[in-house]
Write a protein that binds this ligand. Structure first.
Ligand code: IPE
Ligand code: IPE
Ligand code: MG
Length: 261
């Protein structure tokens, strides 16, 4: 069986560290940001790229190891055709403009999702960026594009079954996890959604099982270093029990015990 680099938060107790190792973000509110300024919605998407650049830089500074962002959901194809094409063009343009900076900063880029529906030019650009940065070690930046949490679980189940076609039962989480899109990373410690909505919108359904959830009314184009620090501070005030009692963990302000249950 394939060994997992990271075990599941529902099967063992991960160490709770002060700076989240993995932050996952739903970057929402671009359209409303633009509308408030009487600009077309797409102007908000363009501005959102600046926020992402600042958040990447801040994560690097703070020592976050994994940053995963939701750029385009499997449901976003339902948007008006011109908004979808603008987003695709913006993806191409931003990748071209930023990939050298990403590489210089020792960041490894991955794009996960069902890329089959994207133009070949975009897919080639993605694969080139991934290959260029494959040896980088400071931080892992993962962009979820045409991603859906249910798609992820289903594609993982299919791959898991394909590894042992004759097997009918007795599958465990550890059998499935290596086939999920983020199998290279620990599960997110901190989930952030900007834009005021309090929902997951089919983002990382499996992986968010024990993430700390943080929702802010700030719209994505307004979200930057100070706002990210606020989210991290909120995370640092949480008690991550992973099913245990507060006493076992060491109390709300006590030392965190990382022992395995
Ligand atoms: C998020 O901002 C970006 C994408 C979904 C691509 P929205 O475009 O959803 O902005 P709002 O929610 O309409 O304000
Ligand atoms: C979620 O935002 C997807 C991304 C940010 C890429 P949406 O704005 O599409 O989510 P809903 O539809 O309001 O839930
Ligand atoms: Mg939205």
């Amino acid at each position: 069986m394939v060994r997992l680099p990271f075990t599941s938060s529902t099967r063992s107790v991960p160490e709770a560290v002060a700076v989240p190792r993995h932050i996952a973000i739903i970057m929402d509110g671009n359209g409303r940001w633009a509308r408030k300024r009487l600009m077309p919605r797409v102007a908000g998407h363009a501005k959102g790229v600046d926020s992402l650049r600042e958040v990447i830089r801040t994560c690097l500074d703070r020592g976050v190891e994994y940053l995963t962002v939701f750029a385009f959901s499997s449901e976003n194809w339902r948007r008006p055709q011109d908004e979808v094409s603008f987003l695709m063009q913006l993806f191409v343009k931003s990748l071209k403009a930023e990939i050298d900076r990403i590489h210089r900063n020792n960041i490894r880029l991955r794009v996960v999702g069902d890329l089959g529906r994207f133009d070949k030019a975009l897919v080639d650009l993605i694969r080139d960026g991934e290959a260029l940065t494959a040896g980088n070690t400071k931080m892992n930046l993962t962009i979820c594009a045409n991603y859906g949490g249910r798609w992820d679980i289903l594609q993982a189940v299919e791959k898991m079954i394909a590894t042992e076609p004759e097997r009918r039962s007795g599958f465990s989480e550890d059998d499935l996890a290596p086939h999920l899109a983020l199998s290279f990373s620990p599960e997110p410690d901190l989930f952030i959604r900007t834009g005021g909505e309090k929902r997951i919108s089919n983002f990382l359904l499996w992986q968010l099982a024990y993430a700390e959830l943080y929702f802010t009314d700030k719209l994505w184009p307004e979200f930057g270093e100070a706002e990210l620090d606020e989210a991290i501070a909120s995370y640092q005030g949480r008690e991550r029990r992973f099913g245990r009692t507060s006493e076992q963990v060491g109390g709300p302000s006590g030392p965190s015990e990382s022992g395995h249950a």
